[in-house]
Design a protein around this ligand. Sequence first.
Ligand SMILES: [Zn+2]
Length: 392
Amino acid sequence: MPLVHLSDMINHASRHNYAVGAFGVNNLHFLKGIIQAAEERRAPVVLNMIESHFENHDFELLLPAVIAAARRTEVPVAINFDHGTSLASAERAIRAGCNGVMVDTSALLFSDNLWQTRDVVTKAHACGVTVEGELGYVPGVEGEDAKHHPGELTYTSAAEAAGFVERTGVDCLAVSIGTVHGRMKGVPKLDYARLAKIKEAVAVPLVIHGGTGLSDDQFRRLIANGVAKINYYTALADVANRRIKANIAGERKGGQNSPLSGVSDAVREEVERCIHLWGCSGRAAEVLAQCRLWHDAEHIVFYNVSETLSESEIATTLREGKRSLEAIPGVRSIRTSRASQHDGEYRYSLSIGLASKTALEILRNHPTYQRFANTNFWPMITDHIALDLEES
Ligand SMILES: [Zn+2]
């Protein structure tokens, strides 16, 4: 069950002068390649779910597979929601199973970026979820040619970074020191002196977006100057695309390959290269020993209802309750069940799956829950037993 707290993982990398890779997961082929690379190198890894990619896949369908892969492997994994557009999208990601979120408001004015990021921190931390902020602006879009999204690169200022981190409470900070998202022509010029100043000014680990196209030496210098997490996607898309093109060319010559055959191997090779270059190889055991494991939680009630109520009245109350409770931050699932035999002590159960133990507090104190419990649920119940459970 090596799903670990993302902040712990990045802090470990920061303390030991290496960088953990946050690799963009766009489909099952990428997922398989990234996990295999981490296993091969015995490395911690971040699976990065990028919101702008959600138009290509159904996030709520893909994420259960991502979680299953994280739980099945023996290397430590965190699941990060990247470049969210709003607090609502971050809440959706937490509900789906991400344990780190980044809402990108870096294109806004400093004060708007600060307030909006602070809102995300308040909500996400209440569920135990790590938050990454971004200050300065890294232009471009992951997986696309940077020249199509020129934007204006805005460098992060060390003085602003200190105030931003302190006032938002973010766990790590993405900085803009010369990289761009996507592919760019030539090698970017990076401002290491600025990076070192930012590192000195803030107490949290630093993150680089737009890792594609950087040289080995540039990566080493970024890490030496305090970068502890590197977001990486476009280069993976490029190796995957090359493999697909080769497969299709082979098919034209009469080969039997599927267009997607070998894509996960191509992704694995590139991820392994990065993991090794960034100093992450062989760190899995110490990360597992030193980082908190992520535990889901559950609130479950076994109960009986008044005999005066019909099955359809009970079903209506539960259906309406389910609809309203699902919107509470940190609630992941709601399941209502009825005993298949009649001789047990309780006939019904209501199970609320939660992102974490701390999300239970949000649930209990939430007006929607209190309204449902006090107005609809408890009045129809004659006797019950309630349990708060944490995954073990
Ligand atoms: Zn990014």
